[in-house]
Structures are given as structure tokens and as C-alpha cells.
Design a binder for this molecule. Sequence first.
Ligand code: GPU
Length: 833
Amino acid sequence: VEASIPEPQRAAWSRNQIQSFTDKDGFEKEVVRHVETTLARSMFNCDESAAYSATSLAFRDRLIKDWNKTQQRQTYRDTKRVYYLSLEFLMGRALDNAMLNVGLKDAAKGGLADLGFRIEDIIGQEHDAALGNGGLGRLAACFLDSLASLNYPAWGYGLRYRYGIFKQEIIDGYQVEVPDYWLDFNPWEFPRHDVTVDIQFFGHVSKTTKDDGKTAAIWEGGEIVQAVAYDVPIPGYDTPTTNNLRLWSSKASGGEFDFQKFNNGDYESSVAEQQRAETISAVLYPNDNLERGKELRLKQQYFWVAASLYDIVRRFKKSKRGWNEFADQVAIQLNDTHPTLAIVELQRILLDIEGLEWDVAWDIVTKTFGYTNHTVLPEALEKWPVGLVQYLLPRHLQIIYDINLYFLQTVEKAFPKDRDMLTRVSIIEESQPKMVRMAHLAIVGSHKVNGVAELHSDLIKTTIFKDFVEVYGPDKFTNVTNGITPRRWLHQANPRLSELIASKCGGNGFLKDLTQLNRLEAHAKDAAFRREWAEIKYANKVRLAKHIKNVTGVTVNPAALFDVQVKRIHEYKRQQLNIFGVIHRYLTLKGMSVEERKKQLPRVSVFGGKAAPGYWMAKQIIHLINAVGSVINKDEEIGDLLKVIFLEDYNVSKAEMICPASDLSEHISTAGTEASGTSNMKFVLNGGLIIGTCDGANIEITREIGESNIFLFGNLAEDVEDLRHAHNYGSHSIDSDLEKVFGTIESGTFGTPHDFSAMIAAVRHHGDYYLVSDDFHSYMETHRLVDESYRNQDEWVSKCITSVARMGFFSSDRCINEYADGIWNVEPLVVQE
Ligand code: GPU
């Protein structure tokens, strides 16, 4: 069909396309048109929800044009493309981002005002796209923003979950999970019912002899599920490049129903089959830093990986190039081990379908893939039972065994007679049952492996992947420190601060080259500038205080120090250390005379974050925070001096409100456990200071902004092992202040002590694996330093300004350029307008 339309005709059509709006009046016309036609409503009953829909549709129309042109340009120029495979994309809201990236937010603001709406209210109508758990998924979203903003020809590939991360409600202090059905109305996705891939599961493998006498494997039988593409446009900031995020949705391959069964009267089972197929992309697994080995999860992984690779190979084949050029045209990045089957799938395609020799195919595969590791925590490292892989993907298991065989042969040559080495590096773990180690497969099948912050990248080389450094040498392993997009996390989340910064940095250039923030440094000592800066922070705190009042009923004083810890709830992230610290602060205040109390600095401790539904201890931590809050917040003796708030349902859009309102944020993981952390960067970029451990990216943040601008405490990663050993085999005495906190909990001050006994026992009797007691004293001392420092507002604000000025390194643009240079070998596609 495409080819039958003559070129002049096509060119004429594209010249005559309806022009998009460029100003307020044009925007208004488009909104009215969409309300009255697309939505079939009258302007007389256009409510905020309809105004949101129409505004989104108006901006979507604009994006589509840039998007089409970008795809045409990339096809025409046919340079190397990057494919970012991630099971999670935590995108948040799209409208505000689209308005800012396209550069017409002011037009929309004016237009909406004419129609009787406040733009904030309209933006607030949008449901977050929450197809991720936490940092890993949000990193993928920041990367998409940078890839488009820097004009890289890039695609994201993921799953279109019908249910994203659950919505969290707090009922009687406990977390309750509610399904997040987000697809009611989503103007940001385009179903591509013509882009489908049949995905095979189960079945068996037979051998056949080809014409040339060689044998080939044939995978047949089993069942077929269809993958349908849904495309989401990803606009770059201040560039026409609009890339594509392709999400796959599953459905039964037979179309709506199996008519055979239907006609035979077996209606129910034909519907059941339909539903079973749709289950694959139904729900995001809500675990962060934890793998639970569920069969459906493995199905999700293969479904998504196979559909994506089919699509990538199909696109490559259109270029009519030879396979020897594949790795020059295609770079695929594996976001953690979740997409590792892509390595096996590409080898299968090249070997079984395209008929390449093993070595030729394998060379292409390893040149194509890069693998990013995001954790050293053992419970998060993926392993799949061999039996399950055999049953679900029989041909893939054979290929995995062959990959392992050839790999172990080379290891054997380099380390003759070292049986232990072979056992340690093998892709197959010889356990009961045998397991496929996905990280090992990812390393063997990639040309580069990277960690996400310097400490983390060093740790993977010296701990979990140590043997592989010996096998491959150190150059296969590299570091790319994480970054965040300043568009969403500064310009969008904190428009007033962004504007103030622009006024001192010579305009908005810093949003594309974040190192330009260094121009601020000269102004840190300027009293008038500091006042403006502080005034913006205060306004952001007022806004958060209002939100807190609305959702919890608690009044907090915006002049208090806002101390924030928002992230997934996890023992290694140590929210328990924070809440024990809060209790200690409360006890200290209670022990003071009225006079003494008057001299104290008021504080608001804000917590937020979801616990995995099956993570009992994390749920107990949430319960304790709420229990403590409900006692302290109504203690009239304490009043404004201390408030404890748990904000329910922490997500991307709430983060955009919370980050700009923090004075101090907590990044207090046990040293060596947090691979990088990225909210640490968001908080500093928004003019807040950090209390933190020497862990993840905190270390590099310290190096950049200076030791005097961060509150570090606690034991170092290099000492953790010895301390744990001492807990278990030596004497383990608990910090005396922490004992007082435990005593208070056990006396029933915060409700039934039994509810919290496991949390206390974890420290006292079960080895205190996360070193809560070891770090408690230094944590509390450091909080005292924070108070002291905050009293001198001039100095505090200077620290904040200086820190922001030195944050240029943490842009995800820098990070993406490092991947492009060091791992992908891709270049931006310059746009000539
Ligand atoms: N991370 Br593994 C997740 O959010 N989920 C996971 O399942 C795994 C890692 C995080 C790390 O915990 C965090 O330190 C890092 O900043 C982030 O990935 C992005 O690299």
C-alpha cells in the first residue's frame, strides 16, 4: 500500500498538513475542537477532566508530527540505533512534560485561564503512568528523556501492564494495596494493531537435516500468544526529536475468541484462553531489589524480549544490510538482568532461523549487548530453575547450555585444573534444583558490564563478579554513574527556582548543559539572591504543608526544618534507623524543661514509600512510623517542635512536589548496599542538603559539592563485613541511646509493643545485619550538627546554592553521553530544520 502512493503526492500531502498551534489563541481553538468533536461534549459542561483530555489531545497532535518526522529521519539516515530494554518505565505524568519540552506551556496556561481553568488543576487531573517500582524504573524514564533531548536515535521497549505499581492506602497505620487501573483514558499511547508478533511458549525441539547436510533445531508445538505494540511518544526538550517507547500488550493469538470452541458450545473455555493470554501483561511485579522466581514473571520476560527482538531484527532487515553489520547498526542495553533472555533469543534467531554458524552468530550477539547491574544484594540476583526454563522455553535452554559449554571451555583453558573457578562462574548453578544464573549469562553475552555509581562498580568487581574480572580482564567492567533529567526534576518540579537560576546563568541553557549551573556559585554570598532563594524554598514548603494538611489533617509549620525520607521501604535503606532517631528526638524533647524546649528547632519528619506486598518487615516499619506519628503529632507539650508525617502513595508526581520542599533529605542505607540512589541527586538539585552514609552516589555527590555541604555519618563499606562478623561471633552490645528507644517502644508508648518486637529483635538478637546499632550514635550526632547548621540561615542557604552550582555532573545527559561513547558507540542524529 505504502509503495503505491506516488512520491510527489506524498510530499504534497505532508506540505499541506494542518499546522499545529503556536500561540494561545491557536491552543484555545484546538481545545474547543477536541472538546466538541473528539470528546463529543459541549463547552458548557467542560469540567477539569474534559479540559485535561482536550489539552492533552492538542499537545499530542503536535507531538505526533515531530514524532513522525523523527521516525522518517531515522529511517532515512539509517544510523546506529540504541534499544533500551527495561521491564519498568516509571514515567509519571506526561502533559506538563510535553508542554515544557515543546515550549508552549505559557500559551496553554493563558488559553486555559481564558476558558476558566488553572493550569495546575488541569495538570493535576492526570493519572501517573506508574509502570515501575522505584529507582530502576525512574532511571529508565530519565534516560528516555535524555536520549530524545540529545537527539539519539533510540527506542525504549517495555511491557504495557494493565496494572502498574499498586496504589498505597494507609488504614489504621497499615499499608493496604489497591490495584492501579490506569488505562481508563490514556491519550499518550497509540495502539498499533498492525504491529503484532506471535510469541511461542512450551512445545518441544526436534532436529532436522538441512540441504547442506548440517543439522538444525526446530522448535515446534506449544502455544502462541500475540504481542501487540502500543507506542508512546517521548519528546526531547527544545528539539524536534521525538523518540518512541514501544510497550507490548499480550492477547490470545486466535483473535477475539476461538470460534471452533465457540461453535462447539465451549464458550467459557474460549474466553478463558483469551484471559490467560492477557494475563501475561496484566500486572507489574511490585518487588524492588527482590526476585521471587514466579513462572508468570519468566513468561513476561520472554514475551517482551521476543517481541522486541523480532521488531529490532525486522527493522534491521529492511536496510538490506548483511548480518556482519548488525552490531554496527544495533546496540541493545539490558536494564538489569530482566531482559537477559534477549541474548539467547538473538542467538536463536541467528542460528536457527537465519542459519548462521554458532561462532559468527555469537560474535554478533556479544557485540550487540551491554548489561547494567543495579544491585549487589544477593536476594535481587535473578536465578531461574532449569526445569522451568526447559518446560517454558526448551530450545532456549539448549542454547544456554551450549553458551555455557563454550564459555567454560575457554575458562578451563585459562585456568586449568581450577574446578572451583568453573563451578563459581558457570551459568548453571549445580544446586538442588539446578538454576540458571541470569547475571552470569548477561555478563558472558555482553561486551560491557556497568555498575551505576563508582563505589557500586568497584564492589561488583571485587565481590559478586570478581571471578569474571579474572576471566575477561578489568576492561569489560565499567562505571556509568547515574543521573537525572533536569527538565523534569528542576524545571518542571520547581519552576520558580528554575527561573531564578536562569536569571543568573544566562537563560535556560543550563537545562541542556547542566554544568552551566556553576555560574551560580558566585552568587552564594549575595544576600539579596539568598533571600529570593530562601523565599522560593519557603513557598514550596507552604505548598507541601497544605498537601499534608489535606491528606493527613495534621498542621505543620512551614518554618520548621523539613526532614524527608521518601523511597521504597526496605531494611537496607534503613527507614527504621530514621524512625528510631525520631523517637530519640522525641524523648530528648520530653526530657527538657519548658524553657529549654523553647530554644529547640522545630522539625517535620516526612516519610513516604511503598513496601512490597509480601515484605512483612517493611510493612511493620510503615506501621511503626504511623504509630509514632499518631502519638507525637497530638502531644501538646511538643507542638510544632516535632511532627511525623507518613505520606501515602508516594509516586513520581508526589516526588515532584516533595523534592522542592525539603531542607534535609535522608539517604542512609547501610554502606555498600545502595547501588547509587537517584533521589539524592533530585533533592540537592532542588536546594536541599543531605544527611547520608558513604554509599552509592552520595560519595560522588560529596566529591562534587564539597564535604562541608553534606552531612555524612556512619561506618564505611569496607568495614561492614567485619562488623557483621563481630555481631555474630563476638559480643554485640547495642547503643545505649538506641536501647532507650527500644525501651520506650516496649513500654507501649506507641501501641501494642508486640507489633514491633520483630524490628527490635532484628537489631538485638538477629545479628543487626544492617548495622542500625553501629551507626545510631553517629547518626544522632550528625542530626545535632544539622540543627546547629540550620540555625545559621545565611550559611545554610549558601551551602544550598553552592551545592546546586556544583551538581552539573548528575544530569542524565552526561550519563547517556557516557553510555553512547563508551558502550553503544552511537552518535546523535543532528536535526536540520
Ligand atoms: N534498583 Br536491582 C531498583 O530500583 N530496583 C531494583 O530491583 C534494583 C535496583 C535501584 C537501586 O536500588 C538504586 O540504588 C539505583 O539508583 C537504581 O536502581 C538505578 O540504578
